[in-house]
Design a protein around this ligand. Structure first.
Ligand code: NAD
Length: 252
């Protein structure tokens, strides 16, 4: 099978790391389903790419089981198979631990952890029936080290790291590999919203490469893990973080 017959679905694909990842798959000839909760940015991304590429845009909240089922059914009808799933959709709420509300906690866990659970449950039968596939979950260095302000966010990403290993262990029987990419800071809209000047300074102080990552640098690692070149890699968490994790130093 050539990559032009292959299909990838990227969640949170309307902007940021997800959009860069969708473009990376398109550059390799994949057909791509862009999935996002934000209809305005989703349709803008679709309009920018649709003239030259075989893509569909699906508006969907990954935390809602019925919406996820409908979305994956639409991919099956449109493309007939699914080879790669990137569980990238995520939200960040950074607050001191005593200010985190039940609503904050529930929403972050629902999008960042339940979303990848639901999407992978929907994707796996399609991949199995097509002979196999690859899933990449987007975790975070905040799920590897505890630090202030990240009670809900860091816990959701730590949970997703474990879910990755669990899914890898159980889905291998269907020739489905599951890995995670743990980004360091990337200057997307999300980072602009939650990274205060103090947080930015902390990251720079603690990263050997001393800079934020680029969306394209994340997309490259995500694509690699989905490709045949990673055929013997499963259950791994690849830090793409300018060396942050290697220092063993946590943020304040
Ligand atoms: P972003 O906010 O720019 O993009 C996230 C996309 O996900 C948006 O288009 C948004 O509409 C979509 N989304 C949010 N909730 C959704 C839902 N319920 N259903 C479907 N789509 C939804 O963020 P980004 O920086 O590109 O982050 C992408 C992923 O990378 C996230 O999982 C994030 O936690 C992770 N990450 C980012 C950084 C960083 O510094 N930017 C660092 C570590 C991890």
């Amino acid at each position: 099978m050539t990559t032009s017959d292959k299909v990838a679905l990227v969640t949170g694909a309307a902007r940021g790391i997800g959009l860069a990842t969708a473009k990376r798959f398109l550059a390799e000839g994949y057909k791509v389903a862009l999935l996002d909760i934000n209809s305005e940015t989703l349709h803008a991304a679709h309009a920018a790419l649709a003239q030259e590429h075989d893509i569909i845009a699906i508006e969907c909240d990954v935390s809602q089981p019925d919406a996820v089922t409908l979305a994956f059914d639409a991919v099956g009808r449109q493309f007939g198979r699914l080879d790669a799933l990137v569980n990238n959709a995520g939200i960040a709420i950074f607050k001191p631990i005593l200010d985190v509300t039940y609503e904050d906690w529930s929403r972050v866990l629902a999008v960042n952890l339940t979303g990848p659970f639901l999407c992978t449950q929907a994707a796996a039968p399609m991949m199995r029936d097509g002979g196999g596939g690859a899933v990449v979950n987007i975790t975070s260095i905040s799920g590897l080290r505890a630090s202030t302000l990240r009670t809900a966010y860091g816990t959701s990403k730590a949970g997703l790291a474990h879910l990755t290993k669990q899914q890898a262990a159980e889905l291998a029987q269907y020739n489905i590999r599951v890995n995670a990419v743990a980004p360091g800071p990337v200057d997307t809209a999300m980072a602009k919203a939650v990274h205060t000047p103090e947080i930015r300074a902390d990251y720079h102080d603690h990263m050997p490469l001393n800079r934020y990552g680029l969306e394209e640098e994340l997309a490259e690692a995500i694509f690699f893990l989905c490709s045949e070149r990673a055929s013997y890699i499963t259950g791994q968490i690849l830090c793409v973080d300018g060396g942050f994790d290697s220092t063993g130093i946590g943020l304040p």
